[in-house]
Design a protein around this ligand. Structure first.
Ligand SMILES: *[C@@H]1O[C@H](CO)[C@@H](O)[C@H](O)[C@H]1NC(C)=O
Ligand SMILES: *[C@@H]1O[C@H](CO)[C@@H](O)[C@H](O)[C@H]1NC(C)=O
Ligand SMILES: *[C@@H]1O[C@H](CO)[C@@H](O)[C@H](O)[C@H]1NC(C)=O
Ligand SMILES: *[C@@H]1O[C@H](CO)[C@@H](O)[C@H](O)[C@H]1NC(C)=O
Ligand SMILES: *[C@@H]1O[C@H](CO)[C@@H](O)[C@H](O)[C@H]1NC(C)=O
Ligand SMILES: *[C@@H]1O[C@H](CO)[C@@H](O)[C@H](O)[C@H]1NC(C)=O
Ligand SMILES: *[C@@H]1O[C@H](CO)[C@@H](O)[C@H](O)[C@H]1NC(C)=O
Ligand SMILES: *[C@@H]1O[C@H](CO)[C@@H](O)[C@H](O)[C@H]1NC(C)=O
Ligand SMILES: *[C@@H]1O[C@H](CO)[C@@H](O)[C@H](O)[C@H]1NC(C)=O
Length: 478
C-alpha cells in the first residue's frame, strides 16, 4: 500500500528521467525499449502476461459506433488466459460507445489517458438479470424479479482490476434519470460498475461520470481496493440515487483518496433489505475509508443503511472532508430491518456548510413489500466519533433511536461546531439514544453527558491494521 500512496510524484520523476534517457539515446545507445516501458507503468494487485488493445477486436473510438461486439469478443477471447498469467485489455484514447459488458477473472481493464468508455443510452443494450437475493426486488420497480445488468458487470470472479491513467467511464445517465422521474421504468436502472460474488478486486485511478444510479457496487464480495476515483454526477434532484461507492454485504474493503460529487450519498454501506437481507445474512464488515472528499447537498458524506439487514460492523473512517453536504456519517434504519450497525469508528473529519453534523434515525421507512417483520428490530451500538471540526452548520445533531429499542454506546469527543447565520434553535435533538461525550461544543443533549469532565479523552479507534491495508501493489506495465 505504501507504494500506491506515493506514485504520483515518484512516477513524474520517472517520466522526467525517461525523457532525459531518451535524449541520450543517440549518444549513449541506452536501451530505449526499457525506457519506454517505464512510461506505461501502473500499480496493481496483479500484473498480466497477455495484453491486447480494443482496436484489435474491431473497436472504433469515434463516440458513435457501437463497440458492444468488440468488448464481448475481446473479453471472451482474453478470458482464455485466465489460467495462463491473465490478460489486460487496453482502451486507447478515444470515445468508445458500448452496451453493458461482463468482466472475467485474472483480467485488467486499463483505460489510457483520454480514453472514454461511453455507456449506450438504449435500455436494450442492458440485459435483464435476477434481482439481488438480499433485496428481494428491484429498488425502482419490482420488475418481476428482474433488473438491468450494470454497465460493467462481474459475477463469480477473482482477481479483477479496472484502472488506468485517469481515463473516464461515462454512464450517460440522463435518459435513465428522465425515465425515473417520469415513472417509465419497468425495471431498476443499471448501476455503473457492479461486482457480485467475487474477490480480489481493484478499481483505481479513473474518472466516473453520470451513472444511471449507483456508481460502484461490490456485493457479496471481499478483498476490494478502491483508490483515486473522481466520481461526478449533478446534484439531486437531477441525478436521483447516484450514490458514489456502495459496498454491500462485502468485507475487507479499502476506499481511499477519492473525490465524489453526487446526487446522493458519497458512500453508503449496505447489507440487504428487511426479510430478504436478514435471510441472506451477509454483513458488510472490516471496511476502511480514508482521505475522501465529498460534496452532496442533499445526502450524506457516508451513510450506514438504510438497507443494513445483514449487519454492518467494524467500519473505520478517517481524514475525510465534506463540503456543502446535508449530513456527516449518517445512520438510517427502520423497524423490520433487523441486523445491526455496530463498532463504527470515525476520526478527523472536517465539514463546511452542513445541515446536520450528526444524524441518526430509526424511523427511515421504505420497505420492499408488505411482508416486513415488525418484530425485526435493528441493533445500533458502539458508534464512535472523534476529532470533528465543522463550520456553517444549521443543526449540530438530530439523533433519534427507536422507542423501546435505544441506540446505545454512542461516544462523541473533541468536536467543535460553528453555526450558520440562521441556525436551528434546538441544536441537539436526542430521543431513544444513550452514550456520552467529551469536549464537544455546542453543549450536547442531556442523554449524552460529558463523562470525561475536562480530562483528555478520545473515543476509541482500533489500533490494529486490516489485512486489506497490507496488500502489496506490484508495478505492472502494458
Ligand atoms: C452478464 O452475465 C450475466 C450473468 O451473470 C448474464 O445474465 C448477462 O446476460 C451478461 N451480460 C452480458 C452483456 O453479456
Ligand atoms: C456463480 O456460481 C454459482 C455457484 O457456483 C452458480 O450457481 C451460478 O450459476 C454462477 N453464476 C454465474 C453467472 O456464473
Ligand atoms: C493516475 O493517472 C494519472 C493521470 O494520467 C497519472 O499521472 C498517474 O501516474 C496515475 N496514477 C496511478 C497510481 O496509476
Ligand atoms: C482525474 O481527472 C479528474 C477530472 O478530469 C481530475 O479532477 C482529477 O484530479 C484527476 N485525477 C488524477 C489522479 O489525475
Ligand atoms: C413498460 O411496461 C409497459 C406495460 O407492460 C409497456 O407498455 C412499456 O412499453 C414498458 N416500458 C419499457 C421502457 O419497457
Ligand atoms: C486530518 O485529515 C486531513 C484531511 O483529510 C489531513 O490533511 C490531516 O493530515 C489529518 N490530520 C491528522 C492528524 O491525521
Ligand atoms: C453557509 O451556509 C448557507 C446555507 O445554510 C449557505 O447559503 C452559505 O453560502 C454558506 N456560507 C459560507 C461562507 O459557506
Ligand atoms: C401493501 O398494502 C397496501 C394496502 O393493503 C397496498 O395498497 C400496497 O399496494 C401494498 N404494497 C405492496 C408493495 O405490496
Ligand atoms: C426532535 O426529534 C423528535 C423525534 O425524532 C421529533 O419528533 C421532533 O420533531 C424533533 N424536534 C425538533 C425541534 O426538531
Amino acid at each position: 500500500m505504501d507504494r500506491s500512496s506515493t506514485p504520483a510524484m515518484f512516477q513524474t520523476m520517472e517520466v522526467v528521467f525517461v525523457i532525459v534517457l531518451l535524449g541520450l539515446v543517440s549518444v549513449g545507445r541506452v536501451d530505449c525499449r526499457q525506457a519506454i516501458k517505464l512510461n506505461s507503468e501502473y500499480p496493481a494487485i496483479s500484473c498480466r502476461k497477455h495484453s491486447a488493445s480494443l482496436t484489435e477486436y474491431g473497436g472504433i473510438g469515434d463516440g458513435k459506433t457501437s463497440n458492444t461486439k468488440a468488448f464481448k469478443k475481446a473479453i471472451d477471447d482474453l478470458s482464455k488466459f485466465s489460467s495462463d498469467g491473465g490478460a489486460q485489455l487496453i482502451i486507447p484514447p478515444g470515445k468508445w460507445l458500448t452496451g453493458s459488458f461482463n468482466l472475467t477473472s485474472h483480467f485488467t481493464l486499463y483505460l489510457q489517458k483520454d480514453a472514454v468508455i461511453l455507456a449506450s443510452q438504449d435500455a436494450k443494450d442492458f440485459p435483464l438479470i435476477p434481482v439481488l437475493p438480499s433485496y428481494g426486488r428491484g429498488r425502482d420497480a419490482p420488475g418481476d424479479g428482474l433488473r438491468y445488468n450494470s454497465f460493467i458487470h462481474g459475477t463469480n470472479l477473482t482477481d479483477v482490476i479496472i484502472t488506468g491513467a485517469n481515463g473516464t467511464i461515462d454512464g450517460q445517465g440522463q435518459n435513465w434519470w428522465h425515465r425515473y422521474h417520469h415513472n417509465k421504468l419497468n425495471y431498476t436502472r443499471p448501476t455503473l460498475i457492479e461486482i457480485l460474488y467475487s474477490s480480489h478486486i481493484q478499481i483505481s485511478n479513473l474518472t466516473l461520470l453520470n451513472s444511471p444510479q449507483w456508481f460502484v457496487h461490490p456485493v457479496y464480495s471481499s478483498n476490494i481496493i478502491i483508490q483515486k476515483l473522481t466520481i461526478l454526477a449533478p446534484y439531486d434532484p437531477v441525478s436521483p440515487n447516484t450514490d458514489g461507492i456502495n459496498p454491500d454485504s462485502s468485507s475487507n474493503v479499502l476506499i481511499e483518496d477519492c473525490y465524489i460529487v453526487s446526487g446522493d450519498d458519497c458512500i453508503s454501506l449496505k447489507s440487504g433489505w428487511d426479510q430478504y437481507g436478514i435471510k441472506v445474512g451477509i454483513p458488510t464488515q472490516h471496511v476502511i475509508i480514508r482521505r475522501l472528499t465529498c460534496i452532496s447537498p442533499d445526502s450524506a458524506l457516508i451513510a450506514l443503511g438504510s438497507e443494513m439487514s445483514g449487519g454492518v460492523q467494524d467500519i473505520r473512517i478517517e481524514d475525510t472532508v465534506a463540503i456543502n453536504t446535508e449530513s456527516g456519517i449518517r445512520i438510517k434504519t427502520a423497524i423490520g430491518r433487523g441486523g445491526y450497525v455496530k463498532d463504527i469508528f470515525v476520526r478527523n473529519v472536517t465539514m463546511h456548510t452542513m445541515k446536520y453534523v450528526f444524524w441518526m434515525t430509526g424511523m427511515y421507512g421504505s420497505h420492499p413489500d408488505n411482508n416486513t417483520d415488525p418484530k425485526a428490530l435493528p441493533v445500533i451500538q458502539n458508534i464512535n466519533y472523534n476529532d470533528i471540526r465543522a463550520e456553517n452548520v444549521t443543526m449540530s445533531a438530530n439523533l433519534a433511536g427507536m422507542k423501546g429499542n435505544q441506540f446505545t454506546g454512542i461516544c462523541i469527543s473533541n468536536v467543535n461546531i460553528g453555526l450558520s447565520a440562521k441556525p436551528k434553535e434546538l441544536q441537539w435533538n436526542c430521543t431513544d439514544i444513550a452514550g456520552f461525550t467529551s469536549g464537544v461544543t455546542p453543549k450536547p443533549c442531556a442523554l449524552l453527558p460529558d463523562k470525561a469532565a475536562g480530562k483528555d479523552f478520545s473515543c476509541h479507534f482500533p489500533t490494529d491494521r486490516l489485512p486489506i491495508e497490507d496488500v502489496k501493489m506490484n508495478t505492472c506495465s502494458y
